[in-house]
Design a protein. Structure first.
Length: 452
């Protein structure tokens, strides 16, 4: 359970998270439009050349190089999954997933929003060339979903934002498991075993309170390379590394306060200047003790999430959209919207998400295992079900794993863009109808007439 003292801090973290995701959705949308415009312009060849430009290093005559789009999809997206892993761990420790009672509703909604879309897609593509893409409509793009929710302003209760965020994080966890289990063609045990050893080394360094970033970065990069060599998608390394990072601080806040109270008088007894710190060893020892205590009282996972979330939201995801949403909208591609792959994705997002989310949420509440927040109605849950149909980032990512290239990939991307667009607009309209009007500001009271 979340203690009363930790609740305000958790709310502050959540508020920053929602603001960052909602703001980043504007940049994400701009990069998506730019990618489509660039890919369909006279500079199409430059777009393709940049996406496939090989970048790498040569050491002792051996070259390690990947095209730009693979560096983004396999490298930068590992950072995306690392932040997702930290978000999942935070939710499990102090958030909506920190107790069974709190977790049942968003977890049920996430499960329904994964299973039903996958089933609808499978109905259209069973036994066909697109059968491998059943995982495409399973996930929710939290940035776009919260961005649409932000358009409704103060009408949206915080509990609805928390519900949407928690179910999207549950979606992400499910998508990671699907990628690791079903979209891994071969597994090489030797590199995988090395990755396990390196993860253990990273864990021991963190437990030993090693704080030097370069020292910690070496095993992290080594884990990424080992996972890449094992045949499992390299981005899974981000989740695995995140699971090793402690979410709680090594030093309790009460102990930190005691250290500060006991050491500050040592500084206050004399004059502390830049020169005195260099000349008097006691002053330097006191400052180092305070510095170490301040480092130990910071929750490592939360500190990293707060530092890296803007990088993920404003750099990684926009670059991913720029190099993955560039579809050439020719006649054959547009005609492909009616293909089994596109229809499976579109209907999975537009029907599977709201139906699956509503069905399992209702069953969870009806069984008594969960309860709706007091300020959230079933109509609002239905609207969130439509917003959950905005697949985009994770859907594009899974489509690249399911279909490496060719018409099937283009058809999947068209389905993702079309389905996500309709889901976002419909979700906004449903929530405008479902949510109560924002409370009007109280009119200023008229001044009482003065007595003569």
């Amino acid at each position: 359970m979340v203690s009363a003292s930790s609740a305000p801090a958790a709310r502050g973290v959540f508020a920053r998270f929602v603001h960052s995701e909602a703001a980043s959705s504007v940049i994400l949308l701009a990069c998506t439009v730019l990618a489509l415009a660039w890919a369909n312009s006279r500079w199409h060849d430059a777009y393709e050349a940049l996406a496939h430009l090989p970048l790498g290093v040569t050491v002792a005559g051996r070259t390690f190089a990947l095209p730009v789009h693979e560096w983004i999809n396999d490298g930068l997206m590992a950072l995306f999954f690392f932040v997702v892993g930290l978000e999942i761990k935070r939710e499990v420790v102090v958030g909506q997933l920190s107790s069974v009672r709190r977790a049942v509703l968003p977890a049920s909604a996430a499960l329904g929003g994964m299973v039903v879309p996958a089933a609808i897609y499978a109905i259209f593509n069973a036994g066909g060339p697109g059968a491998h893409g059943w995982g495409i409509p399973m996930a929710t793009d939290i940035a776009f979903a919260l961005g649409v929710l932000a358009l409704l302003g103060p009408r949206v209760p915080s509990s609805l934002k928390i519900f949407l965020t928690a179910l999207a994080i549950g979606d992400d966890l499910g998508a990671v498991l699907v990628i690791a289990v079903f979209y891994t063609e071969t597994i090489r045990l030797a590199p995988l075993g090395l990755a396990v050893v390196l993860l253990g080394l990273f864990f021991l360094l963190l437990r030993g309170r090693v704080r030097q970033p370069l020292v910690l970065l070496v095993p992290v990069i080594a884990v990424w390379l080992a996972i890449l060599a094992s045949g499992i998608h390299a981005t899974v390394a981000g989740i695995l590394v995140a699971m090793m990072v402690p979410m709680r601080a090594a030093l309790p806040p009460q102990r930190f306060a005691e250290i500060v109270r006991s050491r500050l008088p040592e500084l206050e007894r004399g004059s502390v200047t830049q020169d005195s710190v260099l000349l008097e060893e006691e002053q330097l020892d006191t400052l180092l003790a305070l510095h170490d205590a301040a480092a130990d009282v910071r929750p490592p996972g939360l500190t990293l999430e707060r530092a890296l979330h803007p990088v993920q939201a404003y750099v990684v995801l926009p670059l991913f959209a720029l190099f993955n949403a560039g579809i050439v909208l020719g006649g054959s591609v547009l005609a492909g919207v009616t293909s089994a792959i596109s229809l499976g994705v579109i209907l999975g997002l537009l029907l599977g998400k709201p139906i699956g989310l509503m069905l399992l949420s209702w069953l969870a509440v009806r069984s008594g295992l969960a309860a709706l927040p007091g300020d959230v109605s079933w109509r609002a849950i239905f609207g969130v079900g439509w917003l959950a149909g905005i697949g985009f980032t994770m859907s594009l990512f899974v489509s690249g794993l399911a279909f490496k290239s060719g018409p099937a990939l283009e058809q999947a991307k068209m389905g993702i863009l079309a389905g996500s667009l309709v889901a976002g607009v419909t979700g906004y309209l449903v929530l405008r109808w479902a949510l109560p009007s924002a409370p009007a500001a109280a009119a200023p009271r008229a001044a009482a007439p003065s007595r003569p």
